[in-house]
Structures are given as C-alpha cells and as structure tokens.
Ligand binder design. Structure first.
Ligand code: F6R
Length: 609
C-alpha cells in the first residue's frame, strides 16, 4: 500500500530514489514520483504507471539534486493519474510530501484549509498534509510536521521536505511502517528495509507517534510531543542479493524455488533430532503460560489465513487444543468473546496488514497472550504482540505469497509440536516421527520442483480455460483454497477452492467439460472419500487433474492427469501439495502474459483497511 523513500547523503540522489522505489514497487504500482532539492529549488517528476515509466521520463529529461524523497502509489483516494501521484505540494510548491496510509478526516481538513485560502490541485487525501504543514510552518519543518500530525486522523507514514528549512527531511508515522537506515554519512528512510540494505545494515524502526529529523550530519528521533527518543539500532541480516531475480524470469518463480531452503531455515535450531523436542524459547512466551492455554484463535488475511487453516489441523492433532481461524477483517468488527486462557495467533508475512494489526489490538488485553507469526523483523505486528515466532523466508517480492506460506506452515507445525510437548499431549514416538519427516520435507519439495517443466507443459494445455475448481479434504482443504487464490490473483482466471465433501451441496452444478478440477489426493484418511468425490465429477463429464503420491498405483485409473509428488506423512502433505499448485498458477499466468509479480489492483503490504 504505497512505498515511500528518502535519501540524505553525499551520493547522487536520483538513482538511489529510483532503485529504492523499484524495491518498494510491490507495495503499489499505479503511479510514481520523486522530488529532489537542487541548490535551493525543489524539482519534482511524477508519472502515471510504474517505476520504469518514471525512469524513462528521467532519462529523457534528467533531474539532479542533493537530497530527496520518492513514492510508488496504490491508489486509495483519487484515480491513478500524474496529478494524483506523489509527492504532493503545498500552495507555494516549496514543500512536498510523500505519504503511505489514509487520512480519515481529510475532507474536513480540506474544507477548512480551502476556506483559509489554500488551493488544492488533486483528489488525494495526502494533499491536505502538505497544506496543513504549510499552515503550521514557522521556520522549522520539524515543528510544523509535529503540529500538523496532531490534527491528522487515520494512518500515515510521511516524509516531508521544504526549501524553507533546507537540508532536512522529516519523517513521521502513525500506522504504516517506516524504517530509517543509518549508513556512513548517509541516511535513508523507507517503508521497508529492502531499499536500505544496499547501503547499510543498521536501521531504526519508527514507532507510532515518532518522527525522524534527517540532516546531512545525521538523524535525530523525537516523539510527537517533541521529546528526544533513543532508538535501538537493529542489525539487518537479510542479504541484498535476496532481492534480485538471479536468473529467474519472475520473483514469484524464484521464490517458489526457494521454498526448500526457506523451510530448512525456519526449522534451523528449533528442533532436536536427539531429544525429539521442539525448542521455541526465543518466542518470548513462557512454558507455564503456554501450558495453561486451553484454546487457540488464529487471525489472518489471504494466504496467511489459509496457512492458519492448515495450522488448525496441526494444532488440533498435535497439541489437542481447539482452534478457531478467523479473517482479521471480519473478526475485528465482531462482538467476539474471548477467554483469558486463549492463545491468539496472528499470522502476517508483512507484519503490517492493517486488519490483522487491528484484530491483534482488539484482543491483546483480553486473551492469555498474542503470538505473531511473521517474516518481518520489528514489524508493527511483531512489536505489538506478546511473543513472536519468526519465519525465515527472506524478502518476498512477488506480490503473490508463496515461500512465506510454506514458511508459515513450518512455523505452525513447530508451534503445534512445541505446545503438544509442553502440555504433555503428544507422545515421544509421534514427535520423533514428525520431526524426522519434517527434516525430509525440503528434499521432497526439491523433487516436486524438479518436475516444474512437466507442470509448465500441463499448464500450456489449460491456458485458455476460464474456470477452475480446486478441491481437497482434511489438511489439504486449505491448500485447495490457496491453489485457487494463486490462480485468481496472478492470472485473473476464475477459480474456486472447495472442501471436496461440499461439492454435492452445490458446486458440482458448475462442472462441465469447460471447468477442470484440480483435486488434491494424497494417501491419507480421506483418500477413499476423495476418490468417490472424483468419480462424481467424472460422471458429469468433468476433467480431473490430481495431485497425488507418485507411488499411488490406483489414482491414474480415476483421473485424467496425475501430478505426482513424493509420498509423505499425511499431516505434512500440504508442504508438498501446494508447490505444484503454485507452479501451475505461475505458468498459466506467465503464458497468458500477465504481470506475475505485480498483478493488477493488488499490493504486497495491505496497510489500509
Ligand atoms: C496472496 C497474498 C495475500 C496476503 C494477505 C495477507 O498471495 O499474498 O492474500 O496473504 O494480504 O498479507 P500478510 O501475510 O502480509 O498479512
């Protein structure tokens, strides 16, 4: 949901802003712009479209400056256009703002500012910030931003500069993330760490109600009352190379292929093959607290929600605690009932999803503890939860989540085993068997990935189909939902995910020769049931592609095409069944010429409601 960047330092600012925006582009990509200060003059360039359009414009007519700010937009107020692109200016054009978030009281502010004589040029909520700061400006940008912030309602991460207070960038936040990178003689401010990594591994994450005042001599932090704040400097461990495509056509494909490594990394140091124990001391929730948990409530959105649904099966089977899984956007507005012995588990790869964060805040005081499962160190969700179980997936740039999904599954399995062991609900033999099998999963994923070409060929045969049905049961029902979501979001092809047992209650009416079914059929306790469900589809002229164990001799007689995966412990099959579905969606989308990494209308980090 919009990416913002700022740079102050000795290097040429324009290439740094552009490179930074490319790394933030996954957050929004309908328009982009930069503003740089050159010898006391602000120069801005804004374009409708993606960063490459901005780059082309700058190649034709370059800008130079000594410091500046930039923005890539995901439209909320005002259609995507050059005029609505950030940075936004005040009346004088001497002050510019980039903003991520939504100003909820912008209409009231706009009307008041208009009455006072301010002239508005855009349909955006952001423009009110520029005019409000202009109104408050008495020579110090820092003070003007502070005074303006006090009147803004809603969510904002902003970076502001004004030629009236030269050599200064002021950044402030309530809601969306902002991180300040502290390099040698140079400072960056950004919506996430990706643009910063090329310059420094030292960073400070702003909390809500904090601001950073960036000058050539360094950065100072304050809260909104003006009190100086001492920030903890975090050492970023992500390797900048992880944000390159490294020979893959798209980030999404690269990230699908990274999954074996990601699962290994997320397991690393957390399991003992000697004792059969899972150790999660790092999460910050004590064993006595976890022992007394009697229920788990999982809250998430999108793909993370699907991971949560798989986690329900893990937690119920291994820890024997009842689990509810909720969409954050629904949960937050319910009159929900929650007990003091409930463990709330919020799952979010970005750690910034607005609905998930709001749900977390809503239950924080009313439950035993909130545990975050996230991939983003020091994200808002990580910081505000009582405990954090980090996934070690590295940065995920493709907008469609892939490797963070399997990393979340890994974390959920570890949690289920850990909870089961602490509560004494899982015997040692089962623990050993699962841990041993989990160790083998990455290698089995590699075997699935080695068959990518066959899945590509299969996808070629289905490129022109407009509807797909995905079905699974038990632990693979959520995988059916996830497979359908992947196809929908990157190829814009209609797909539905269903628990196979529900087919005859309605969806089977959809089946004809134009609607193929992808059935997930590993050998597990519902295998025979699924074969019956498949027969019902075949009896109605349906075409069935089955993700099934490679050593399953029976399945070829029941379906049209088999997509083989190595056999595995039934509970762990989602780690394997999801991979061919990700690849299938990827190849269909790529062959349809879709913008796989940046699908239309979407953004990676959903920091607005
Ligand atoms: C789908 C996808 C989204 C996210 C959802 C939640 O591929 O990526 O559905 O899963 O927006 O995002 P996080 O996990 O960052 O809270």
């Amino acid at each position: 949901m919009c990416g913002i960047i700022g740079y102050m330092g000795p290097k040429s600012v324009v290439p740094i802003l552009i490179e930074g925006l490319k790394k933030l582009e996954y957050r929004g990509y309908d328009s982009a712009g930069i503003a740089v200060v050159d010898k006391g003059h602000i120069q801005t360039r804004r374009v409708k479209g993606k960063i490459h359009s901005l780059e082309e414009s700058l190649q034709k007519s370059p800008l130079n400056g000594s410091y500046g700010i930039g923005h890539t937009r995901w439209a909320t107020h005002g259609r995507p256009s050059e005029e609505n692109a950030h940075p936004h200016r005040d009346c004088t054009g001497q002050l510019v703002v980039v903003h991520n978030g939504i100003i909820e009281n912008y209409l009231a502010l706009k009307q008041a500012l208009k009455k006072e004589g301010h002239t508005f040029r855009t349909e955006t909520d952001t423009e009110v910030i520029a005019h409000l700061i202009e109104k408050k400006f008495r020579g110090s940008l820092e003070e003007a931003v502070r005074a303006a912030a006090a009147e803004l309602e809603g969510a904002f991460a902003v970076a502001v500069l004004s030629v009236e207070d030269p050599d200064t960038i002021v950044a402030a936040k309530v809601g969306p993330p902002l991180v300040v990178g502290l390099g040698d003689n140079e400072t960056l401010v950004s919506s996430d760490v990706n643009p910063i990594l090329a310059y420094t591994q030292n960073a400070a994450f702003l909390e809500d109600g904090e601001m950073a005042v960036i000058k050539p001599e360094g950065v100072k932090f304050f809260d909104f009352s003006g009190k100086p704040v001492t920030k903890k400097i975090e050492h970023l461990t992500w390797n900048p190379l992880l944000i390159e495509k490294r020979g893959f056509k798209h980030f999404m494909l690269k990230e699908i292929f990274e999954q074996p490594e990601v699962v290994r990394d997320t397991l690393l140091g957390r399991i003992s093959l000697d004792s059969g124990k899972v150790r999660l001391d790092e999460i910050g929730l004590s064993a006595p607290l976890l022992k007394h948990v009697r229920k788990a409530l999982v809250i998430a959105c999108g793909t993370s929600y699907h991971a949560g649904l798989v986690g329900k099966y893990f937690l119920e089977s291994l820890a024997h605690v009842p689990v509810e899984v909720e969409y954050a956007s629904e949960f937050r507005y319910r009159d929900f009932v929650i007990d003091k012995d409930t463990l709330v588990i919020v799952i979010s790869q970005s750690g910034e999803t607005a609905d998930t964060l709001a749900a977390l805040r809503a239950c924080k005081e009313r439950c035993a503890a909130v545990l975050a499962i996230t991939n983003a160190v020091s994200s808002s969700i990580a910081r505000e939860s009582h405990g954090v179980l980090y996934t070690h997936a590295g940065p995920e740039i493709g907008v469609a989540a892939t490797k963070t999904f399997t990393a979340q599954l890994t974390a959920l399995l570890l949690l289920a085993l850990n909870l089961g062991q602490i509560k004494g609900n899982i015997d040692q033999e089962t623990s050993y068997a699962l841990i041993e099998e989990m160790q083998r999963i990455p290698h089995k994923m590699e075997k699935v990935l080695a068959r990518a070409k066959a899945i590509e060929d299969l996808a070629s045969r289905f490129v022109s189909f407009s509807h797909f049905l995905y079905m699974g049961r038990w632990v693979n029902f959520p995988v059916a939902l996830e497979g359908a979501l992947k196809l929908k979001e990157i190829s814009y092809v209609h797909a539905e995910g269903y628990p196979a047992g529900e087919m005859k209650h309605g969806p089977i009416a959809l089946i004809d020769e134009k609607m193929p079914t992808l059935a997930i059929v590993p050998k597990d306790k519902v295998y025979d049931k699924l074969l019956s469900n498949i027969s019902e589809i075949k009896a109605r002229a349906g075409y069935v592609l089955a993700v099934a164990f490679e050593d399953d001799a029976q399945i070829p007689q029941h379906v049209d095409v088999v997509i083989p995966i190595p056999s595995a412990h039934p509970l762990l099959t989602p780690f394997l069944t999801v991979v061919p579905l990700q690849l299938f969606a990827y190849f269909i989308a790529a062959k349809r010429g879709a913008d796989v990494d940046q699908p239309r209308n979407l953004a990676k980090s959903v920091t607005v409601e």
